[in-house]
Design a protein around this ligand. Structure first.
Ligand code: NAD
Length: 244
């Protein structure tokens, strides 16, 4: 019960990693506000549906969570979208959506959450970056890698800049995770997702790609007192498969 009475806001709460985060934070005593485009079916303590591409929604989310929960101790910027392909196959719409969800929304959320947390004596923020970008680029995902590099850099900067306010900001950098984001990509390219996930697992030294819970547990660590001296860290979670 590391999070008894802690107030937590999670974006992308309906997704693969998000769902496991909501359940685990609540199981460990937290009160959780869930943000995603559709949150009606999620068991939580405050429901804040909306589109992170809308600036007004993203700007108001931290305050809405604070009001709905009676405080805000922890923010998890987990929502994300993936654009595949090189820049020559990337549209203006891909650019706006990728930058909007993966970089601008976390920027807006951090900008509004940090003062709320600082005024209340402190807090923690965990951003979800990726090995791809947060550590090194992978092939044929130029825009995705660039956005994940941007949020990684922002995390390092904010981690330094706001430690004196007792707001700790870190990021997790997963390699491949078995979620709808990854599986839908396989399906789109005509592969059977189960088979493709199994094959991909053979490229990982631990013998399988990550399950959402493998990433969740590192996010919970970064959100908890156990990581109390960590600020601006990028934590790679890769089963031994580093991005070269
Ligand atoms: N799955 C992987 O292999 C992998 C690897 C590294 C990093 N990540 C990162 O992990 C995070 C979680 O991804 P996931 O794998 O659980 O994917 P997912 O697609 O299952 O979940 C992402 C969630 O973000 C939400 N979202 C997207 N655009 C939104 C918008 N405009 N407004 C509100 N909500 C929006 C979606 O509705 C979805 O519920 C993402 O930031 C992703 O980039 C995933």
């Amino acid at each position: 019960m590391r999070f008894t009475d802690k107030k937590v806001l999670i974006t992308g709460a309906a997704g693969g990693i998000g769902t496991t985060l909501v359940e685990r934070f609540r199981a460990e005593g937290a009160r959780v506000a869930v943000a995603d485009r559709e949150v009606a079916g999620i068991i939580a303590d405050a429901h804040l549906p909306g589109d992170l591409l809308e600036a007004e929604y993203a700007d108001g989310l931290a305050e809405a969570a604070r009001d709905g929960l009676g405080g805000l101790d922890i923010l998890i910027n987990n929502a994300g979208v993936i654009t595949r392909g090189p820049v020559t196959e990337t549209s203006d719409a891909d650019w706006s959506r990728s930058l909007g969800v993966n970089v601008e929304a976390p920027f807006r959320l951090c900008r509004s959450a940090i003062p709320l947390m600082a005024d209340a004596g402190g807090g923690t923020i965990v951003n979800v970056s990726s090995c791809w970008g947060g550590k090194a680029p992978g092939p044929n995902h130029a825009l995705y890698c660039m956005t994940k590099a941007a949020i990684a850099s922002l995390t390092q900067c904010m981690g330094m800049d706001h430690a004196h306010q007792r707001v700790r900001i870190n990021a997790v950098c997963p390699n491949e995770v078995n979620t709808p984001m990854l599986r839908s990509g396989f399906a789109k390219r005509g592969f059977d997702p189960d088979e493709a996930v199994g094959k991909l697992g053979e490229t990982v030294p631990l013998g399988r790609i990550a399950e959402p819970e493998d990433i969740r547990d590192v996010i919970l660590f970064l959100a908890s007192e156990e990581s109390r001296y960590m600020c601006g860290a990028l934590v790679e979670v890769n089963g031994g498969k580093a991005v070269a």
